[in-house]
Design a protein around this ligand. Structure first.
Ligand SMILES: NC(=O)c1ccc[n+]([C@@H]2O[C@H](COP(=O)([O-])OP(=O)(O)OC[C@H]3O[C@@H](n4cnc5c(N)ncnc54)[C@H](OP(=O)(O)O)[C@@H]3O)[C@@H](O)[C@H]2O)c1
Length: 289
């Protein structure tokens, strides 16, 4: 079997094209503020990509970088200034922070109406209760969009999600089991036993572990759909930068076993950015000024 690629780039371009049309009808463009803390190279690349995409589709951005030694007061001080600025419609704090113990307080600090990442407990709570009206985290939303775009049914299917983070695994599991998606979800993590057997039993297997090569060919059921969320930089002396981006899945092995698979890069990543832009547009329309 040779799997069909789930092409995140073209799916993202369709979404971005629709946003351009909506932005052009507004009297003032949506405005996204991005805070980055410390000098994590991957975070810097992600923020640059978000700013470049925003610019291309007419969304304004303001970014601020704080040093890795910034304390919680400084981070929340910046968020509060943006919360109070009616010209800023969306606020994003690039994760992870140098000190992960700060994550909860930072999620709490962002005004839910500007919380375009969907991590504030208000928006997360709406998702957990199966209620609409809140911002849905961008990577899970992008994955669901990709499955729908390729006509991949989730109702009644067994979906195995590897990972339970606030950013990907946990909201993704909630979204997949919501009414309308109706999947039966098994959520796994680093303490899960018999992970290979569980993974193999999934009609749809989604890996968001951040562990290169974790999902080998013998983890994938025949004809399963495989979504690889992992973004891992591994050493590659043949690459100009000396490293290469890979997912969690052994891609070559997956191609032979599954029906659909996301490439890395070019799978989930572009959709994450497109869904962020969609949330910023929603925030602009809802906030009105
Ligand atoms: N494509 C995109 O747009 C996008 C967006 C966001 C993130 N990502 C990527 O997705 C990956 C996950 O991101 P994240 O923020 O969710 O990471 P995270 O906060 O580190 O969470 C990783 C999760 O995977 C679990 N895990 C790690 N190693 C495992 C293993 N060997 N077996 C089973 N479970 C394992 C962890 O379990 P415990 O809870 O037990 O520790 C944790 O729940 C990273 O590679 C990240 O770069 C990609």
């Amino acid at each position: 079997m040779t799997a069909t690629l789930l092409d995140g780039r073209s799916a993202a371009e369709e979404i971005l094209g629709a946003i351009v049309g909506e932005v052009s009808r507004l009297d003032r463009p949506p405005h996204l503020a991005i805070l980055r803390v410390g000098e994590n190279e991957a975070s810097r690349c992600y923020v640059e990509r978000k700013c470049a995409t925003a610019k291309r589709i007419g969304i304004r951005t303001t970014s601020r970088v704080l040093t890795a030694s910034a304390n919680l007061e400084e981070i929340i001080g910046q968020i509060d200034r943006w919360n109070g600025d009616s010209g800023i419609h969306g606020i994003l704090v690039q994760m992870p922070l140098p000190d992960s113990a700060m994550h909860g307080a930072v999620f709490d600090a962002i005004d839910p109406k500007k919380d375009v990442d969907g991590f504030n407990p208000h928006n997360f709570g709406l998702l957990a209760q199966g209620r609409g009206g809140g911002f849905v985290p961008c990577t899970p939303n992008g994955i669901v969009h990709l499955l729908r775009r390729y006509g991949i049914a989730t109702s009644g299917r067994h979906v195995v999600v590897i990972g339970r983070s606030t950013i990907v695994g946990r909201p993704l599991s909630l979204l997949l089991q919501s009414r309308g998606m109706d999947a039966t979800v098994t959520q796994c993590h680093s303490k899960s036993e018999n992970l290979r057997e569980i993974a193999k039993s999934g009609h749809i297997l989604i890996s968001a572990a951040g562990s290169p090569g974790l999902v080998g060919g013998d983890w994938i059921g025949d004809g399963a759909v495989v979504v690889d969320v992992g973004q891992n930089f591994i050493a590659d002396p043949s690459a100009p930068s000396g490293k290469r981006l890979v997912g969690d899945v052994d891609f070559a092995a997956a191609l032979d076993r599954c029906s659909y698979v996301t490439p890395v890069p070019g799978g989930v990543g572009p959709l994450t950015v497109a869904m962020l832009m969609k949330n910023v547009l929603m925030a602009r329309i809802a906030n009105g000024c």
